[in-house]
Ligand binder design. Structure first.
Ligand SMILES: [Zn+2]
Length: 76
C-alpha cells in the first residue's frame, strides 16, 4: 500500500493595522500574516503542526515574528 505524505505551508493575510515600527520608528500601516505548516496525506491537509505570525512594516519592509496573543491584539 502506498501513502503519499507531505508538508505544506499556507499563508493567510490578516487585517492590517497602523502601528509604530520598531526599526524605522514611523507610525505606518503594518501587514499581519499567519503561516501554518500542515501535514498532508495525498495532497490533502490533515492537521496543522505549527502556526506562526509575522508583521511587516509598509515603510521599511522589515518584518518580525510575533506571538499569537500579539497578533490577536493587532488584528482587532
Ligand atoms: Zn519600519
Amino acid at each position: 500500500m502506498l501513502f503519499i505524505f507531505g508538508l505544506s505551508t499556507k499563508l493567510k493575510a490578516l487585517p492590517s493595522r497602523a502601528a509604530t515600527c520598531r526599526y524605522c520608528r514611523a507610525f505606518v500601516q503594518h501587514y499581519l500574516e499567519e503561516r501554518a505548516a500542515r501535514i498532508t496525506l495525498f495532497f490533502i491537509p490533515v492537521f496543522t503542526t505549527s502556526r506562526s505570525y509575522r508583521i511587516t512594516c509598509s515603510n521599511c519592509g522589515q518584518h518580525s515574528s510575533i506571538s499569537k496573543r500579539e497578533a490577536n491584539a493587532l488584528s482587532r
